[in-house]
Write a protein that binds this ligand. Structure first.
Ligand code: SF4
Length: 394
């Protein structure tokens, strides 16, 4: 491999990461007059999981609303919500009230927790021009009727979106969107494979930006960027550093600030994580050439999905999937995080600490808030943690 080709790949990767960074950290939504061909509007949805394929097939750009980050000034939301509500709910409300999300065709939330469930009500009262919906994904996916139930919810969403865009959403259009999203998910799985096998080639914060860009740009553009990025990453020549291998959990809904991930990257290789797990919820291809694509999506939600603290599937006990994640990533330790005031996240943090204690696996507990701006103390904690791991492993 000539040095020239390597430099060309590195320059290409830098350009892709810059594009992704700009798209990913934009709390706003694409201007409705500047949408790519084939799209007539944007549909906002709250984390964790949303069947993007249905919005895409309707000609709506699905936008995962991920809060306002650590630069948003709160002026309106505090008068609508208690101070004990997590940051992502408060900042999402602020973005709605301050006009940043005024161009959305609609906003869909899910009953993943009380705070998220009530967002839909706040939305419909304050932004009456937008469609405001709760997509009821099942709390108990183990009942025999779970797939039928989700399929009926997806059909309800499909009908609402069809009414909003003024035309039916055909099965063929959904099948074609499924094909596209399957490809995108395969590429994201490849990114994570590199993180597990050769983490020195791709940091967690870089991979995070590459994935998060997909919450703002079209699936078509995202696929193109991911394909080019993967090619460049595979050609990357980076020496492996002496850092412990850790997994990061707790980033399934509210997102930690990028600076926090960078601080962890400095001290450790993050070889797997649950960041933006909704984007990677389906871990195998959704069947593409089936009679009923809605059924295929609903069945995939149950049968081909990752675990998360907001889905209570008896087949995915909390300790099992954490241990499986540790084993598959050959990780030495875990970083257990939770967003401040996040009930599902804090619950699991407690379970996981107990399980790791019993298994004798080292871990570090961290709390975050999307609006955090100071990371010095956390960096010191991480440095000490990494040193103690390296010492124990030596
Ligand atoms: S961060 Fe936690 S509490 Fe807040 S909306 Fe998400 S799941 Fe609910």
């Amino acid at each position: 491999m000539s040095a020239q080709i390597t430099l060309a790949h590195e320059a290409q990767l830098t350009a892709i990461l810059e594009r992704c960074h700009t798209a990913a950290l934009d709390a706003g939504i694409p201007d409705s007059n500047a949408l790519p061909e084939g799209f007539t509007g944007t549909l906002g949805h709250f984390p964790v999981y949303f069947p993007d394929e249905i919005a895409h097939a309707a000609g709506l750009l699905p936008v995962n609303i991920l809060g306002g980050g650590n630069k948003l000034e709160m002026k309106h939301a505090d008068s609508r919500m208690g101070s004990f509500i997590c940051s992502i709910c408060r900042s999402t409300t602020e973005l709605g009230l301050n006009g940043t999300l005024a161009g959305l065709t609609g906003f869909v939330t899910h009953p993943i927790c009380d705070a998220a469930k009530h967002l839909a009500g706040i939305w419909s009262r304050n932004l009456p021009d937008q469609m405001s919906e709760i997509l009821y994904l099942p709390q108990n996916p183990n009942t025999p009727g779970a797939v039928r139930y989700i399929a009926s919810e997806y059909q309800r969403l499909r009908a609402e979106l069809a009414r909003k865009v003024g035309h039916p959403i055909s099965d063929a259009a959904i099948r074609s969107s499924i094909r596209l999203y399957n490809k995108k998910r395969r590429l994201m799985r490849d990114l994570y494979e590199i993180r597990r096998e050769e983490p020195w080639k791709l940091s967690c914060s870089e991979s995070y930006m590459l994935v998060r860009a997909g919450t703002r740009i079209t699936c078509e553009e995202h696929i193109e960027l991911l394909e080019q990025a993967l090619d460049a990453i595979r050609h990357r020549h980076v020496a492996a550093q002496d850092k412990p291998r850790v997994i990061f959990v707790g980033g399934f809904c509210e997102q930690p600030p990028l600076e926090m991930l960078e601080a962890i990257d400095d001290a450790c290789f993050i070889v797997d994580d649950d960041l933006l797990i909704g984007q990677r919820w389906l871990n195998k291809d959704v069947p593409e050439d089936v009679g009923d694509p809605i059924w295929a999506l609903a069945e995939s939600y149950i049968e081909r999905s990752n675990a998360s603290p907001v889905q209570h599937d008896e087949r995915k006990p909390k300790s099992d999937y954490l241990m499986a994640m540790l084993r598959a990533a050959k990780a030495d330790a875990a970083i257990l995080t939770a967003a401040k005031f996040c009930e599902p996240g804090l619950d699991d943090q407690l379970f996981w600490s107990k399980d790791l204690d019993e298994a004798g696996v080292q871990y570090l507990v961290l709390e975050f808030e999307e609006k955090m701006t100071s990371f010095e103390q956390m960096s010191m904690q991480l440095e000490t943690f990494a040193e103690s791991l390296l010492f124990a492993l030596a």
